[in-house]
Design a protein. Structure first.
Length: 145
């Protein structure tokens, strides 16, 4: 009987510890994001050619789940970009802000679009948000490869 009580108490303590660790991790995420937003790259003194070079290339998250590649920029307009299972509708750059609108059509599911907005944190990291037609938003940090 004492063994059962001890096992139950040990299990309860383990579960409580896991919940506390998860809560601390969730609280740490917004703080990390705030630090990233503070360190946005200031592009106000850059020429259009130098700014264009900061964006051209392949950007991906650390897990490789989401990526896009910017291939051609003319002025402030993104003219060519590649996505997984999607294509570029339009895109533009304003200083350290990137906006891309994409469209995807999947057989038996239909077509949907999403807007991707991002801010350069450094010349190789970007804070991104992607919002789909339903208004669901995903936040991630991309690294240029």
């Amino acid at each position: 009987m004492k063994r059962k009580v001890l096992a139950v108490l040990l299990s309860a303590a383990t579960v409580a510890t896991l919940f506390a660790a998860d809560a601390r991790a969730r609280q740490a995420r917004p703080r990390d994001l705030q630090r990233q937003e503070v360190t946005e790259l200031d592009t106000s003194g850059m020429s259009l050619a130098a700014l264009r070079n900061l964006y051209i290339g392949t950007w991906r998250d650390q897990g490789g789940r989401f990526w896009f590649s910017i291939d051609k920029i003319a002025g402030a307009q993104v003219q060519s970009a590649s996505f997984r299972m999607a294509h570029l509708k339009d895109g533009q750059i304003r200083g350290n802000q990137l906006t891309l609108n994409s469209m995807s059509c999947v057989l038996l599911i239909g077509c949907y679009s999403y807007a991707i907005t991002g801010k350069l944190l450094t010349n190789s990291r970007m804070d991104m948000r992607a919002t789909d037609d339903a208004g669901d938003t995903v936040h991630f940090v991309l690294v240029r490869k």
